[in-house]
Design a protein around this ligand. Structure first.
Ligand code: ADP
Length: 579
């Protein structure tokens, strides 16, 4: 019988599934159709769970977030042509955020290229601008090698998206099982390309420790690269042994608990405006960090940059650059510091100034949060959600957040005490990521509840994926801040409200009082309408306990919502980007 099994024929779809499983893949996200339907089932049969989405864009955002959460490549499967184009959203988003993702697409049969075949597209050319590597299997025998090569490329150096093209004729070619096994074994055994040689770090580590030691106003900044590198223990140790205040970027939040007394989050402007030495770990000095330039930063600040990507260091030209893995480099700095221990006392003027400012700002915000405002503003429901999440304890829920005001105010109010528990619009400010992120987080972190805090606009981009939540029965609670549109409905100025189309809905308005919770009910999930604090509290407690898909529609009556939205935005947008 074994012999028959070995001489039995397997096709390209089966070989791809087996190769992905052999390479360690555990999950794949995507949308099936010609020519990849069998690939999805073959992969699942080989042990790679396939999560079937309603749209490739959401599946791509899921694969991207999966890469960040697990540190292993997220897999995205799409059909040819338009499917591949939809998949570009996830591929490009992964690369922009430096998260590992492998997109696998079927493509039209090679003999028909250039003749207007079904869903024909030059997919290598289409994906190249967004991928670290874009390769095509021209025969079935190429598949195992390219699967291993492309997966390895996603995580090498700076993580990012890669693309593997498998034409439909290749998916239908066959080999014997034993030939396939041998090819897969050879691909698994092939040495992975040796990592680029960097300068030894010894001297730079000594310098970094010295700089921090001599600094009068040091600051540790860390980003989602540090979270990805699982540098949390090393960074917490650094903060604790040195007493240096720290500032996370939005998705760096939780690497050191937000509740830590040295958190400078609520004193952000002061911290970055006055620090004289900033150790920046796994975060780019891009728009999110004001390019590291005045007026937000002092012009004399000395940056010590830690990044796995040498080009990033070249680009920023810091005072001192350390190319390497965040966890390893910070561990080396910790070891160096142990030989010349120092700890800024809490009474140190710099530490005292930051903790005082942070405390004042937190008190101001708490005063706002303490009020129960009905109809809802942003603060009241966010406080209720924050408290419900904190009450969950550990393992903390993964918080997914998107939207304009909802995300910005939410970043200040919601608390992250564990690493990799915040997913948001990221480096590109991408909207529509929410439901894909939720599905990825539920699949990647089965012990954690997933709570999405979404603007109604953000939710709408991928709202159909609530059906996917129900189909897989994922423990995801989506809270929609329904303020009737983008930013909060119609905000046209009198000059904009003229002309032949002035009676059209504003570009920012949606149908008012939309019943988003009913979308969830349509598929058999649980929907809640919450108009008061008590509604929201009971919806949260019931849905958190049930750990089943739920949508809570936070709906303020129309006019009040628009007015409150305006006010809150003016007030808190500034606070969030300054103090
Ligand atoms: P944030 O948005 O949180 O500021 P960015 O995405 O801008 O973070 O920056 C993350 C940085 O982390 C990227 O420059 C990336 O090259 C880097 N990075 C990724 N993985 C590692 C790692 N293992 N060690 C150090 N740096 C890393």
């Amino acid at each position: 019988a074994t012999e028959t099994a070995l001489t039995a024929k397997v096709d390209g779809s089966a070989v791809a599934g087996l190769a992905l499983a052999a390479a360690g893949a555990r999950h794949m996200f995507g949308v099936v159709g010609i020519p990849v339907t069998s690939l999805a089932s073959r992969a699942a049969a080989a042990g790679v769970r396939f999560i079937a989405f309603r749209n490739e864009q959401s599946a791509g955002y899921a694969a991207a977030a999966y890469g960040f959460l697990t540190g292993t490549p997220g897999l995205l499967l799409t059909v040819s042509g338009p499917g591949c184009v939809h998949g570009l959203a996830g591929l490009s988003h992964a690369t922009a955020n430096a998260w590992p993702l492998l997109m696998v697409s079927g493509s039209c049969a090679q003999p028909d290229v250039g003749r207007g075949d079904f869903q024909e597209l030059d997919q290598i050319a289409a994906t190249k601008p967004f991928a670290k590597l874009a390769v095509k299997a021209s025969t079935i025998a190429d598949i195992p090698r390219l699967v291993f090569q492309a997966l390895a490329a996603t995580v090498a150096g700076r993580p990012g998206g890669c693309y593997l093209d498998i034409p439909s004729d290749v998916l239908h070619q066959t080999l014997t099982q034993s030939e396939a096994d041998a090819l897969i074994a050879a691909a698994a055994a092939a040495p992975s390309p040796s990592p680029p040689k960097h300068k030894p770090l010894d001297e730079a580590i000594v310098k970094a420790a010295e700089l921090l030691h001599r600094a009068e106003r040091p600051l540790v900044v860390f980003g989602k690269g540090a979270a990805y590198a699982r540098a949390e223990e090393a960074i917490q140790k650094l903060v604790d042994t040195t007493g240096i205040p720290f500032l996370p970027t939005p998705m760096g939040k939780g690497v050191v608990p937000d509740a830590h007394p040295l958190s400078a989050t609520a004193a952000r402007s002061l911290a970055i405006g006055q620090c004289d030495v900033a150790l920046v770990v796994g975060a780019r000095l891009n728009w999110l960090l004001h390019f590291g330039e005045p007026p937000k930063w002092s012009k004399d600040v000395k940056f010590i940059l830690v990044d796995v990507d040498e080009d990033e260091i070249e680009l920023r030209k810091p005072h001192l650059g350390l190319v390497g893995d965040a966890k390893r480099v910070v561990e080396l700095i910790n070891r160096e510091i142990k030989d010349q221990p120092f700890c800024l006392a809490r009474s140190h003027p710099w530490v005292a100034a930051i903790t005082k400012k942070a405390k004042d700002n937190v008190l101001k915000m708490e005063a706002q949060l303490a009020k129960d405002v009905v109809p809802f503003n942003f603060m009241t429901p966010l406080r209720i959600i924050r408290d419900a999440i904190l009450a969950e304890g550990s393992p903390a829920p993964v918080v997914v957040s998107e939207g304009a005001n909802t995300m910005d105010v939410g970043r200040a109010v919601l608390v992250q005490n564990e690493p990799r528990t915040r997913l948001d619009a990221g480096t590109w400010g991408t909207m529509g990521v929410g439901l894909g992120y939720c599905i990825a987080a539920a699949v990647a972190e089965p012990k954690r509840l997933v709570v999405a805090v979404e603007g109604d606009s953000g939710f709408g981009f991928s709202a159909m994926e609530v059906e996917t939540l129900v189909r897989y029965q994922l423990p995801v609670v989506v809270i929609v801040f329904n303020n009737n549109g983008v930013y909060g409905g119609d905000r046209r100025s009198p000059e904009e409200l003229t002309g032949p189309h002035k009676d059209d809905p504003a570009p920012t308005s949606f149908v008012p009082a939309a019943g988003y919770h009913k979308m969830m009910e349509a598929f058999g999930g649980k929907g809640y309408l919450a108009e008061t604090p008590d509604d929201l509290k009971s919806a949260l407690s019931e849905s958190f306990r049930a750990r089943k898909p739920a949508v809570i529609n936070n709906e303020p009556p129309r006019a009040a919502a628009a007015a409150a939205g305006d006010m809150i935005k003016r007030r808190f947008f500034r606070q969030d980007h300054g103090d």
